[in-house]
Write a protein that binds this ligand. Structure first.
Ligand SMILES: [Zn+2]
Length: 334
């Protein structure tokens, strides 16, 4: 009997680490609405496997659309069917994966999602200058951070409207973020494939991480997360991470877009920068992207267990200045 008990304990110990799921922070979730996407749009991972062979006599947007919406692959991600479905499935996948998420959007939408699962989300307010509806003014923004519980400014998506990070109109927001010790998430690098066909104002040049340099020099206390790895500007990203310790990089987008993501992630890790890489999905209307993205990191054989933990959780705790044990308890439901 004693031997049986001992054997059972040993067996439990042996499988214990595999069962004890690591906590995860997804640094890139949007409080989105399904109306922004064509109904039933599938997502094949990696996305670029479905890059269309283009016919230059037909509209590009239509050809990309056809290639993605009807994408053929063995195991596509299935889009949420309604806003309620999107919220419910997002919470379900977060719980199932021991995860919490940085939630980006308008204050109203972020609050609505937070009400459904306050412990699963970390609120962030997004910003795009030059939109038809004007961005939040600086005093409204200040109140969100001082009294409203919001902890990050992002996603800042000015690249979609061709506005540079150091544009005069951005200066009050940078100054406010530094003053209030609010970190910023900034979209840099790529848009969707063929972005110029969908977003006429999208500008490659305004997504170069070097454009953050004057801001970091002016605001040395400011922490910025470069979202989407500034994909396409890898050398510039690496130089900026080397040079500015207050700069982090977040991997949403490229992680599910193409296998060469690993080339760039590995290069950052080999360069000694694993302590400033943060996990993110940009799952939009595909909540199962969380499971798929975590697996991509877990399966990366060039990462140590410690590096996986740091990328999936620890680096975001430091970037956001969270209480680690509280964040862990929220993620694991403990
Ligand atoms: Zn983005």
């Amino acid at each position: 009997m004693r031997h049986l008990l001992l054997a059972t304990i040993l067996a439990l110990l042996a499988v214990g680490p595999a069962l004890a799921r690591q906590p995860v922070i997804d640094m890139h979730v949007h409080a989105d609405t399904v109306a922004d996407y064509p109904p039933g749009m599938q997502y094949c991972v990696p996305l670029m496997d479905n890059e269309p062979v283009l016919d230059h006599s037909r509209p590009y947007a239509e050809q990309y659309g056809a290639a993605w919406f009807d994408a053929a692959c063995d195991d596509p991600l299935i889009a949420a069917t309604s806003d309620e479905d999107l919220l419910a499935r997002t919470i379900e996948r977060l719980e199932a994966n021991n995860a919490i998420a940085l939630l980006q959007g308008s204050p109203e939408r972020v609050r609505a999602w937070m009400a459904a699962a306050p412990d699963r989300f970390i609120p962030s307010v997004d910003l795009r200058l030059g939109r038809s509806n004007p961005p939040l003014d600086i005093e409204t923004m200040r109140r969100l951070f001082t009294d409203g519980g919001f902890v990050m400014l992002g996603e800042v998506t000015n690249q979609y409207v061709g506005i540079e990070p150091d544009d005069d109109r951005m200066r009050p927001y940078w100054a406010l973020a530094e003053e209030l010790d609010v970190p910023v998430g900034y979209h840099m690098g790529l848009g969707p494939p063929g972005a110029a066909a969908f977003y006429p104002e999208f500008s490659v040049a305004t997504g170069n991480p070097l454009l953050l340099e004057p801001i970091l020099r002016r605001h040395p206390g400011l922490r910025i997360s470069i979202q989407h790895m500034a994909f396409g500007f890898h050398d510039e990203l690496k130089m900026m991470l080397w040079t500015y310790p207050q700069l982090y990089v977040e991997i949403s987008g490229p992680i599910t877009w193409s296998d060469d993501f690993h080339t760039y992630l590995r290069d950052l890790v080999d360069a000694g920068l694993a302590g400033r890489i943060m996990f993110g999905t940009d799952s939009l209307v595909w909540p199962d992207m969380l499971d798929r993205s975590i697996a991509i990191i877990e399966d990366a054989d060039y990462l140590t267990e410690q590096q996986k933990h740091d990328i999936l959780f620890g680096n975001a705790v430091r970037f956001l200045k969270l209480d680690e044990s509280e964040a862990r308890a929220r993620a694991t439901g403990g």
